[in-house]
Ligand binder design. Structure first.
Ligand SMILES: N[C@@H](CCC(=O)N[C@@H](CS)C(=O)NCC(=O)O)C(=O)O
Length: 202
């Protein structure tokens, strides 16, 4: 299989982490895609131009980090990241949605600051900076939830990939005032799968 990524994409990082956590390195080749470029040859492979993108052994392509992570997790018939049934499943979905919401905002912010200054919107930057502050405050209390401390889950992967964007967005300073989140992040960031996929600048 081929997994198309860019080194700085937090969504692609989630898929790369699952590849390592599931021991799939010999089955999944990691390929750097040229995104956000006019006429990139990558558009012939994935017309949306986004990463991550997984081309399965049968040639079928999959988009969306959540879909790709679930597919990779189920390959061995023994999914490690499957949502639990009942109330714990809803608790996990709720937390995962909060983590993804934070990540989506940070992805907008990181894209905005890559634009030339003349094209950058201070309004968008301010909006996302404010959102990220509120979400860091929220996570400082939610981080006590047992699901954030049990076996590695997609909630944990998503939140860690969001917080890891501190390497790409210098103004995203979530650490001051959030000691529990710092402790949680530093522990998860030390896992080999996270260390091996850290974004450039980390
Ligand atoms: N919802 C998608 C988001 C993927 C996404 O936005 N990827 C960005 C990189 S972080 C991308 O490929 N951007 C290229 C483009 O917009 O052309 C997912 O979870 O996979």
């Amino acid at each position: 299989m081929k997994l198309y990524v860019t080194p700085g994409s937090p969504y692609a990082r989630m898929a790369r982490i699952v590849v390592i956590e599931k021991g799939l390195e010999s089955r999944v080749g990691i390929i750097a895609a040229q995104t956000r470029r006019a006429n990139s040859p990558y558009y012939d492979i994935n017309p949306s131009g986004r990463v991550p993108y997984l081309v399965r052994d049968d040639g079928v392509g999959l988009e969306e980090s959540a879909v790709i992570c679930a597919y990779l997790d189920h390959l061995d018939g023994n999914p490690a990241f499957k949502l639990p049934a009942g109330e714990p499943g809803w608790a996990a979905r709720r937390l995962e949605a909060l983590a993804r919401s934070m990540l989506d905002g940070l992805a907008v912010w990181s894209r905005e600051i890559l634009r030339p200054l003349s094209e950058r919107s201070p309004t968008v930057v301010q909006h996302e900076a404010d959102r990220s502050r509120r979400m860091a405050d929220l996570w400082e209390s939610e981080i006590d939830h047992p699901l954030m401390h049990g076996a590695l889950s997609m909630v944990q992967v998503t939140l860690a990939c969001a917080l890891g964007l501190e390497a790409r967005v210098p103004e995203f300073r979530w650490r001051p005032g959030h000691p529990k989140l710092c402790h949680w992040f530093d522990r998860i960031a030390a896992r080999p799968s996270f260390a091996a996929t850290a974004p450039p600048g980390a």
